[in-house]
Design a protein around this ligand. Structure first.
Ligand code: FAD
Length: 322
């Protein structure tokens, strides 16, 4: 029996979310007294693979195939399933990011596993296997039991954090039997946005709502994000109005994020908005209305006009950095 964790890379590099996944999978593998096998797909250099050893990856299986540098969900699912069957895996763990969401259901069908997405913390119990996840747009928690022999879970960001557990890791090559007909799509080119921090991965987020009053008032939001090295986000009405792009919209019908710091300027804190940000580690709210619901969930509240407060915060960050 073994636990398999899929270590996603971005252009050959791992992110903190990958390391958190390894920390999580290692914890469960130790509790189950099972071995942890980490699978990496696509070209990743040995030094980068070894970085997974800091979080407990003793055995790393690398599918170092340039054809697999681009995510093709069906192919990745085939590779992980083949390895899971070969290694008699009892649990397969992926991150609840775009790739995990695309791969995990396919893997669960292939290996006939019960699956739970966006698990919030370590399992409540291993036998029976019960995990906790948020339901009804964050209004409640569900405890879900998986009864199948093989189980697949995806884990939400910040469900455990990084836990260092340095081990000597062995890297081995794996050549899966992937038939060419699984490559059903071809990615002909990729245009990557540079100098922009991707919201889904961001540790720091500066977000703003209708309280900014006009799309022309966004410069203070962008300036604070720039000095902090943060991503920008917004409430739904702001993107519905076309003030900002839909890729910035967070909440029940937008992105669900879990940064370390979420600054909400001119956002009321409606339940549908909070559904997308409630797992942030620290929430700072800036609002003119002392009764705004956002203050009810904020760790720090600033009562004031965002157009005054944001430039002052930017100045303070600049000074402290200097
Ligand atoms: P408002 O509610 O208009 O709040 C503006 C806030 O700014 C107020 O609190 C005000 O006091 C404050 N303010 C005003 N002037 C200033 C100033 N100068 N400085 C500082 N503060 C100021 N919303 C989402 O965000 N995400 C979702 O995914 C989402 N999904 C939804 C799904 C459904 C099915 C429904 C029905 C609604 C959904 N909504 C969603 C909309 C949600 O209900 C709220 O209407 C929305 O979040 C409000 O956005 P807001 O806070 O920017 O605007």
């Amino acid at each position: 029996m073994s636990v398999i964790a899929f270590a996603k890379n971005w252009n050959g590099k791992f992110k903190n979310s990958t390391y958190e996944l390894i920390s999580y999978a290692k914890n469960i593998a130790d509790q189950l007294k099972s071995k942890l096998i980490v699978v990496s797909i696509g070209e990743v250099e040995e030094e980068e693979l070894k970085s997974l050893g800091k979080y407990g990856a003793e055995r790393i299986v690398s599918v170092n195939d340039p054809q697999m540098n681009t995510l093709i969900s069906g192919v990745y699912a085939r590779v992980i399933s083949e390895l899971a069957e070969k290694e008699s895996a009892s649990l397969i763990v992926l991150s609840d990011n775009n790739s995990g969401k695309a791969i995990a259901p396919r893997v669960s069908v292939r290996v006939k596993a019960g699956m739970v997405a966006a698990v919030q913390e370590l399992p409540i119990s291993l036998d029976p296997f019960i995990v906790k996840k948020s339901v009804f747009s964050g209004k409640a928690f569900g405890h879900v039991q998986i009864d199948s022999q093989v189980k697949v879970i995806t884990i939400a960001k910040n469900c455990l954090g990084l836990v260092e557990n340095q081990v000597d890791c062995a890297i081995e090559k794996f050549v899966p039997e992937v038939k060419s007909d699984l490559y059903k799509i071809q990615v002909l080119s990729e245009d990557q946005q540079t100098n922009k921090i991707i919201l889904a991965d961001a540790d720091l987020v500066v977000s703003a709502g209708r309280g900014m009053k006009s799309p022309n008032n966004w410069r203070p939001v962008e300036e604070l994000a720039e000095v902090l090295g943060a991503a920008t986000a917004c409430s739904r009405p702001v993107s519905d109005e076309g003030w900002r792009g839909h890729e910035e919209h967070v909440g029940q019908t937008g992105k669900v994020i879990a940064p370390n710091l979420y600054i909400a300027a001119g956002i009321s804190g409606a339940i549908q908005h909070v559904a997308g940000i409630s797992r942030s580690k620290c929430i700072v709210a800036i609002n003119t209305d002392p009764e705004a619901p956002i203050f009810g969930i904020a760790d720090f509240g600033i009562l004031g006009d965002a157009m005054d407060v944001l430039p002052k915060l930017t100045e303070a960050v600049r000074k402290s950095k200097a």
